[in-house]
Write a new protein. Structure first.
Length: 292
C-alpha cells in the first residue's frame, strides 16, 4: 500500500466537482476537520489543505506554499489561494451536486464556499481544443514515484497538488489555420504526434518535462470544464513536492528565457491554489504530519 488517497492515482472519472473553501474569520476548524477525517476517505472525494488552514490547526507542513502570482512578458498567473479543496469524483453529475451540497453544509461553521467548478472527461481524454491532454503523463510505478511522498514517516503517502482554472478563447483558436493551431500546442491534432520543428514557444516545447534538470514530471489529472458561454481546462497536477510545477510554470510565463508559452494566446488562468493532500491510514485521513 502506498498510503495515498486512492483518487489521486486512479483513472480520472467521467465527472468531477471541485469545491474551494475559505476560512471564516478566526473560526476554529477543528470540528470540521474531524468530520473530514471520519468521512472523507480519499476515493470519491480527494482532500487538500491549504497553508492557512494548516497554520490555523497550529502546525506546519514542510514544502507547503501558497500559489505564486507570477508575471512575465504580457502574461500572468493569478493567485486565488483557498484554505480547503475537495475534489468530488463520480459518474453522475446529479449525484455530485447533492454530495457537494452535503459537504458545504458539513463545513459551514468554519468554512465558506468560494468557488464550485464542474469538470468532465471529453472523448478519450481530450481538451476542448480537440488535443489529447496529458500524453506524457506518468503511469504505474512512475506515477507513484512522481506523485506521492515515498519517504517513511508521517508524510508517507501524502501529495502536493497545484490547481488552476484556465479559460479558453475557443473562438479565436478555432479561427486559426490548422497548422497554426498545431504549432501553438506542439502536436498534430490529427495523430497526436509531436511536431519536431514546432516553435520554441509551443506548449509541448515549453513544458517538456524530461528536459528540465531535474526532470519536472507531474501526475496530471486535468479535465475540461464548462459554465454557460465560458469553458476551458481545470489543471490539476500532483507531485511529491512543488519543485516540478514551479519549474514548469516559470518557463511557461517566460521567467527563464523571456519566451512565453503560446498557450497564453488562446487561454489564460483565472485561479491558482496549492494544497497538501494528507495520506490515508486504516481507511481514514491521517493529519499527524501537521503536528510532527
Amino acid at each position: 500500500m502506498n498510503g495515498s488517497q486512492t483518487g489521486i492515482l486512479a483513472e480520472v472519472p467521467s465527472h468531477s466537482r471541485y469545491l474551494f473553501f475559505d476560512l471564516r474569520g478566526d473560526a476554529d476548524p477543528s470540528a470540521e476537520i474531524a468530520k473530514l477525517i471520519a468521512e472523507a476517505h480519499g476515493n470519491s472525494v480527494v482532500v487538500g489543505l491549504g497553508r492557512a488552514l494548516v497554520g490555523r490547526l497550529g502546525g506546519h507542513i514542510e514544502g507547503l506554499q501558497d500559489f505564486p502570482a507570477l508575471s512575465g512578458p504580457m502574461v500572468s498567473t493569478p493567485s486565488t489561494q483557498a484554505a480547503l479543496w475537495l475534489w468530488l469524483r463520480g459518474n453522475d453529475p446529479g449525484h455530485l451536486h447533492h454530495v457537494s451540497r452535503w459537504w458545504i453544509e458539513r463545513m459551514s461553521a468554519s468554512f465558506m464556499i468560494s468557488s464550485v467548478v464542474d469538470g468532465f472527461r471529453y472523448q478519450e481524454g481530450r481538451d476542448l481544443t480537440g488535443y489529447v491532454d496529458g500524453t506524457a503523463n506518468p503511469t504505474g510505478e512512475q506515477a507513484l514515484e512522481v506523485g506521492v511522498v515515498g519517504d517513511q514517516g508521517p508524510m508517507f503517502g501524502s501529495s502536493f497538488v497545484a490547481v488552476q482554472q484556465w479559460v479558453h478563447d475557443l473562438d479565436t483558436f478555432q479561427s486559426l489555420p490548422l497548422e497554426e493551431q498545431d504549432h501553438i500546442i506542439g502536436r498534430r491534432v490529427s495523430d497526436n504526434e509531436e511536431i519536431d520543428d514546432a516553435p520554441a514557444t509551443a506548449h509541448v516545447k515549453r513544458t517538456a518535462q524530461e528536459e528540465f534538470a531535474p526532470a519536472a514530471f507531474l501526475v496530471r489529472r486535468s479535465v475540461p470544464w464548462a459554465d454557460g458561454a465560458r469553458a476551458g481546462l481545470m489543471f490539476v497536477a500532483f507531485g511529491r513536492n512543488f519543485a516540478a510545477f514551479d519549474a514548469l510554470i516559470h518557463r511557461m510565463v517566460g521567467l527563464d528565457d523571456g519566451l512565453t508559452d503560446s498557450l497564453f494566446r488562446i487561454s489564460r488562468p483565472i485561479t491558482g491554489s496549492m494544497f497538501w493532500c494528507p495520506p490515508v491510514r486504516q481507511g481514514r485521513l491521517d493529519l499527524s504530519a501537521i503536528t510532527a
